[in-house]
Ligand binder design. Structure first.
Ligand SMILES: Nc1nc2c(c(=O)[nH]1)N[C@H]1C(S)=C(S)[C@@H](COP(=O)(O)O)O[C@H]1N2
Ligand SMILES: [Mo]
Length: 535
């Protein structure tokens, strides 16, 4: 049987493809083996986690901004998918190279293992064993790649008298061999994937925090707060349905941080070190923190990356110890003007010392909405400071407070292009009607939420099609540190309309000037198009 050149070329290409597939299978087993080892060593030592977090830390402001804008709170999922694609491409390359020259393919695997191992070792708080999952994974990967490359289907050297061929003419022998290869590859990939999933699950189950959090009973606050009355918007005595609730359930609370694997902190070994420009260095244990006079406070937290009209903002009841009481024990020196808070995973925030020593409820929080802090929101202890964006104040998993000066120290996001000061800007958003929706002509409820943390919202106005500003009805004030709901009855006429809102704090109305989230928070009027159908 004559085979044209192109068929021979296709066979060769098919084999290179097979080598690429072998590489991906070996790569999957590599990651699976590493995940299993990481389950024992520490979740953060998983090569994907270590590489991802290193990548996040190296990400400039514009890219972080792009990621948050494009993927919102799914930015971590997007990063993981992106990394898997890159790793798959490199694994395929390792396979293709290994088929030509084993040493070349092996070099790619070893290089990846070493790079991931170094990344894991360099993560803040990494133990001595941090590189082990990456390195053991690479060794398993080398073995798998070697075995698979030796079993590549080789059409040219297929023995004509192979048992498969003797049994049947169809399919031709090389297909039988290919099937065996694919079956092996399939098994290796499946094993790797199962190990990866199992390793992750095991790692999560192994976490000290899960049991520690479940066992924790928070003390009762010496100064408790109740849910303030009438904070839900209503019009003419009728409640407005469909707004974001005044209290954001913890499970719905936005999450923004640089951690791919949340820190695993045992409250029994947690401590907070207060040092720097202080008269006495202070160390606070978790037991001491719980034994202190804890207070409760309603505070609306906002992310500097929140776009006008966005939802990276939430309101919760926090339980904690005022930071000023811990600072008072340390006695800051007069020339200090900033406190650099640091989390166990290396994140830092620069907070003006004024905001931590004045009368506001700046807390070392242990509770959120009546329960211990969820792990994702900072268990066992985080900072919450009314009036400041999270990136300059709300350090989760906090372990260290350095009293210092803005002139002498910089924080995580400041080093990436964001402002070192981040007071929350007065903002308001329209939640009803939804942007782009259709409503019937006549009485339409326009409603939403406004915030001006630590100044308070004293008014909200709405305008239609650039018409005059009309005062909305404010819901009760739940305190100047919390957001405030509002509503207005609009007599809608058929056609396309544009709604806008603006909040007023004691200083004046929010600015309508459009500003990007970088470097210190977005401004502008939330603008919502609606279509009104004739009734
Ligand atoms: N350790 C740590 N704390 C952190 C961050 C982080 O990346 N790491 N992000 C900050 C930012 S930018 C915000 S907006 C708030 C968000 O808190 P949340 O996830 O509980 O809503 O946490 C802050 N605290
Ligand atoms: Mo943020």
């Amino acid at each position: 049987m004559r085979r044209p050149e192109s068929a021979a070329g296709a066979r060769l290409a098919g084999t290179a493809t097979a080598a690429g597939i072998a590489g991906i299978a070996a790569g999957t087993l590599t990651l699976g083996a590493a995940a299993l080892v990481a389950a024992v060593v520490s979740p953060a030592s998983d090569p994907l986690v270590a590489l991802g977090e290193t990548f996040i830390d190296a990400t400039p402001a514009w890219l972080k901004n792009f990621a948050v804008r494009t993927f919102g709170t799914s930015d971590k999922l997007a990063l993981t998918v992106g990394m898997l694609i890159v790793v798959a491409a490199l694994a395929a390359l390792a396979g293709v190279l290994a088929r030509r020259r084993w040493e070349l393919g092996a070099a790619v695997v070893v290089a990846l293992g070493v790079v991931a191992g170094i990344a894991a070792a360099k993560r803040p708080g990494a133990g001595a064993l941090a590189p082990v999952p990456s390195l053991l994974g690479a060794i398993v990967g080398l073995g798998a790649l070697h075995a698979l490359i030796r079993r590549l289907p080789e059409p040219a050297s297929e023995p004509a008298s192979s048992p498969a061929a003797a049994r049947d003419d169809d399919p031709p022998p090389r297909y039988a061999s290919r099937r065996t290869f694919l079956r092996t590859v399939g098994l290796v990939t499946l094993g790797g994937a199962l190990a990866a999933v199992g390793g992750r699950a095991l790692g999560v189950g192994h976490r000290t925090v899960v049991a520690a959090r479940a066992a924790l009973h928070l003390p009762v606050a010496t100064r408790p707060v109740a849910l303030p009355a009438a904070v839900d918007a209503s019009l003419d005595g009728a409640p407005v349905a469909g707004l974001d609730p005044w209290v954001t359930p913890s499970s719905d609370f936005y999450r923004i941080d640089t951690a791919l694997s949340v820190p695993d902190i045992d409250p029994d070994t947690w401590s907070l070190r207060v040092h720097g420009l202080v008269e006495h260095e202070v160390t606070l244990t978790f037991a001491e923190l719980l034994a202190a006079d804890l207070v409760e406070a309603w505070v609306t937290l906002a992310c500097v990356s929140n776009e006008v009209g966005g939802n990276l903002v939430g309101n919760a009841m926090w339980l904690g110890l005022p930071v000023r009481e811990v600072l008072a024990r340390a006695v800051p020196l007069p020339d200090a003007d900033m406190v650099l808070s640091r989390s166990s995973d290396g994140f830092t925030a620069s907070t003006p010392i004024e905001a931590l020593t004045d009368a506001r409820d700046a807390l070392l929080a242990v509770g959120m909405n009546g329960a211990p802090l969820p792990v994702q929101h900072g268990f066992p202890v985080r900072m919450v400071v009314p009036g400041l964006y999270g990136y300059v104040s709300a350090t989760k998993w906090v372990v260290d407070l350095e009293v210092t000066r803005f002139a002498d120290a910089t924080a995580y996001w400041t080093e990436r292009g964001w402002s070192d000061h981040g007071p929350v800007k007065t903002e308001s958003r329209i939640e009803l009607p939804r942007s782009g929706s259709s409503v019937k002509a006549g009485r339409v409820v326009v409603a939403g939420t406004a915030w001006a943390q630590h100044r308070g919202v004293v008014g909200v106005e709405v305008r239609v099609d650039d018409g005059p500003w009309q005062a909305a009805t404010l819901a009760a004030d739940g305190g100047i540190d919390s957001w405030r709901q509002w509503a207005l009855a609009w007599d809608a006429t058929p056609g396309d309309h544009t709604l806008q809102c603006r909040a007023t704090d004691p200083v004046g109305p929010q600015t309508g000037a459009v500003a990007d989230v970088i470097p210190d928070g977005a401004t502008g009027l939330h603008t919502v198009p609606v279509h009104v159908k004739s009734a």
